[in-house]
Ligand binder design. Structure first.
Ligand SMILES: Nc1ncnc2c1ncn2[C@@H]1O[C@H](COP(=O)(O)OP(=O)(O)OP(=O)(O)O)[C@@H](O)[C@H]1O
Ligand SMILES: [Mg+2]
Length: 246
């Protein structure tokens, strides 16, 4: 089971949206997918309401309990978030989460959504995961967090040698704004190797898909079509990367 962690300590950058749509896109290819919601806000759980709940993230955090999924092809099983996740900060949390993820089985892919802070839970996910996507916003003020996210990845990779950074994914990108285009150029210049060359733009369709809890493919507006096209381009790249050498 390939485990993809979506993380950034900055809030509201599109982590949950990207995690949900990646899960949907993998399922649309016929894969079995476990979607894990490690955030006490439970946004991924809410957006995946039409999928079956097959476990509890709180059990992962408190007991290190792995999930054994039994899913049909193209099905998503949700490991639900819980409001008490935020309060879990015992010494065992990191080891529990990593153990739970490593021991989970029964699906092709596991997509893990995380809260907006690099606490024990997120480090646990980084220690138990295989791939990391860091969504970034290009608003000037939100660039500060990028180095922190990179440092968290480097620290985790010292322990989990198999963890691969897929890259920074420009998210909620407003290409009309010069300040954002400049910020993207600056980030791409400084972090040339790690900025993903696809962008997720700021489009209503992403918001609507999240609110309605559906894949982007069900949003039939112009914005929906545009979002599908650009997300599809990112997803094709992603899919190729995670299947490399498979
Ligand atoms: N590409 C996008 N275009 C437009 N709206 C978006 C886009 N991505 C996310 N949103 C909206 O922005 C808000 C924040 O997105 P999301 O919840 O995915 O971010 P997050 O990083 O998971 O936030 P948090 O840190 O609170 O968990 C949501 O209302 C979501 O619908
Ligand atoms: Mg979120």
């Amino acid at each position: 089971m390939k485990k993809i962690v979506v993380a950034n300590n900055k809030g509201g950058v599109g982590k949950t949206t990207i995690a949900c749509q990646v899960a949907h896109a993998l399922a649309a290819k016929g894969h079995t997918v476990v979607a894990v919601d490690l955030d006490s806000q439970r946004n991924l759980t809410s957006s995946m309401e039409s999928s079956a709940v097959i476990g509890s993230a709180l059990d992962m955090v408190t007991d290190g309990a792995p999930v054994v999924a039994e899913l049909a092809a193209g099905e998503i099983g949700v490991v639900a978030g819980h409001k008490d996740l935020q309060a879990q900060n015992s010494d065992d949390v990191m080891v529990n989460v990593s153990h739970a993820l490593r021991g989970s089985k029964g699906a092709d892919f596991c997509v893990i959504d995380t809260p907006p802070s690099f606490g024990e839970v997120v480090y646990g996910a980084l220690l138990g995961g295989d791939y990391l996507i860091i969504p970034i916003e290009l608003k000037k003020y939100s660039l500060d967090g990028i180095e922190m996210a990179l440092e968290a990845f480097i620290a985790a990779q010292e322990v989990n040698k198999g963890l691969e950074l897929l890259g920074f994914l420009p998210s909620r990108f407003d290409a009309v704004k010069k300040v954002e285009r400049d910020a993207l150029a600056a980030v791409a210049d400084e972090f040339e190797q790690v900025v993903i060359r696809h962008q997720i733009r700021n489009r209503t369709a992403y918001l609507v898909a999240q609110e309605e809890g559906v894949p982007l493919s069900e949003i039939k507006t112009k914005s929906g079509k545009e979002a599908q096209e650009e997300f599809g381009a990112f997803f094709d790249w992603f899919y190729d990367r995670v299947n490399r050498g498979a």
